[in-house]
Write a protein of this length. Structure first.
Ligand code: NAP
Ligand code: ZN
Ligand code: ZN
Length: 348
């Protein structure tokens, strides 16, 4: 075991503070990564505050990890010391069940090992995330970062990127499709960039009027304020696909009315409380309501390679770790342009 400086929450009622955690020495299948950057996802806030149920404390969040390989286990052939590498939302799974075999490790029948607020597959050893200087991960769950991608801008691809890319692919987003993106935050701005790169005609649906210019710069063709009722009248039955990235409770029925017949709305945001759903909102127009959870390991590599090919990275605001609690408050207010990324050198 070795010690790693980190930031942790000691309980759901406390802010994050400096913490030292113990990690395993790399085994024969593992790599050790010296972390350079870690993105800040709204899921970090939900979990650190027990908004999705009781978490495992102390909790070291962070599942958008980029760094350089520091050590490789004797059986690892896929990475060499000095390579740029990434870790997303999962660090292991059973690898044998049908979902694992099909590349959907996030649906492992035994439950995947999440990068933090989880346990290893022994169901006993807690996992700790990327708000720390080093991580030890099985090479099979480590991603290759293509050259040409800026490391800080690429970190959010490991969650926000794959989480938005996956439903766009599942729902066959293509040239000319009308795609609505609800919420222009970390996931939302990646959904805009990726859908635009696939040729879709993107509209941002946002509570923040002052994000209009950014929405257009990011690749959207249009912006609609959801604080303005006339937006809902104007865009009625307009969209083929709506990607909902909102982190707080909101009225799904209103947004469903913006789908054309047979259109689909995919929920990515996971608000802490449920929201009522009116059957009529779906029945009147054969509309579909779906959800999507991150993506598998192969799909995460696919989005990284896709982004390198299409010149897509996240728009980031780099912060020192000491600003993490303020960054959380800003995210809750919708004030992130458009992903906070922690410079982990501020922790060393
Ligand atoms: P974020 O950066 O904080 O963005 C969320 C955006 O939602 C805000 O910027 C804001 O956009 C909008 N919003 C916030 N509060 C709102 C409210 N009360 N009413 C309406 N709109 C509101 O968060 P994120 O990191 O993108 O994550 C978004 C959600 O996705 C979270 O719930 C997170 O846990 C979840 N998530 C899910 C997956 C998955 O696998 N499905 C993966 C990662 C994250 P505007 O200012 O434009 O309105
Ligand atoms: Zn995330
Ligand atoms: Zn499995």
């Amino acid at each position: 075991m070795f010690e790693t400086p980190a930031y942790a929450a000691r309980s759901a009622a406390q802010p994050l503070e400096p913490f030292t955690l113990e990690r395993r020495e790399p085994g024969s299948h593992d790599v050790s990564i010296d972390i350079m950057y870690c993105g800040v996802c709204h899921s970090d806030i939900h979990q650190v505050r027990d908004e999705w149920g009781a978490g495992i404390f102390p909790m070291v969040p962070g599942h958008e990890i980029i760094g350089r390989i520091g050590q490789v286990g004797s059986d690892v052939k896929t990475f060499a010391v000095g390579d740029l590498a990434g870790v997303g939302c999962m660090v292991d799974s059973c690898r044998q069940c049908a979902p694992c075999q099909e590349g959907h490790e996030q649906f492992c029948e035994r439950g995947a090992s999440m990068t933090y607020n989880g346990t290893l597959m022994d169901r006993y050893t807690p996992t700790y995330g990327g708000y720390s200087t080093r991580v030890v991960v099985d090479a099979a769950f480590t991603l290759k970062i293509p050259s040409g991608l800026d490391p800080a801008g690429a970190a959010p691809l490991l969650c926000a990127g794959v989480t938005t890319y996956s439903p766009l692919r599942q729902w066959n987003c293509k040239k000319g499709d009308r795609v609505g993106v609800i919420g222009l935050g970390g996931l939302g701005h990646m959904a805009v960039k990726l859908a635009a790169s696939m040729g879709a005609e993107v509209t941002v649906l946002s509570t923040s009027q002052d994000k209009e210019a950014d929405a257009l710069r990011l690749g959207a063709q249009a912006f609609a304020s959801t604080r303005d009722d006339s937006s809902f009248r104007r865009l009625r039955s307009h969209f083929d696909l709506i990607i909902d990235t909102v982190s707080a409770p909101h009225d799904y029925n209103r947004y469903l009315s913006l789908l054309r017949p047979f259109g689909a709305m995919v929920l990515l945001g996971i608000p802490p409380e449920p929201s009522p759903l009116s059957a009529g909102a779906l029945v009147m127009g054969n509309r579909k309501l779906a959800g999507s959870l991150i993506g598998g390991i192969a799909e995460t590599q696919e989005v990284l390679d896709y982004c390198a090919e299409h010149g897509v990275v996240s728009d980031v605001e780099i912060i020192p770790i000491a600003q993490i609690n303020t960054a959380y408050e800003r995210m809750i207010r919708g004030d992130v342009r458009y992903r906070f990324v922690i410079d982990i050198s501020s922790l060393k």
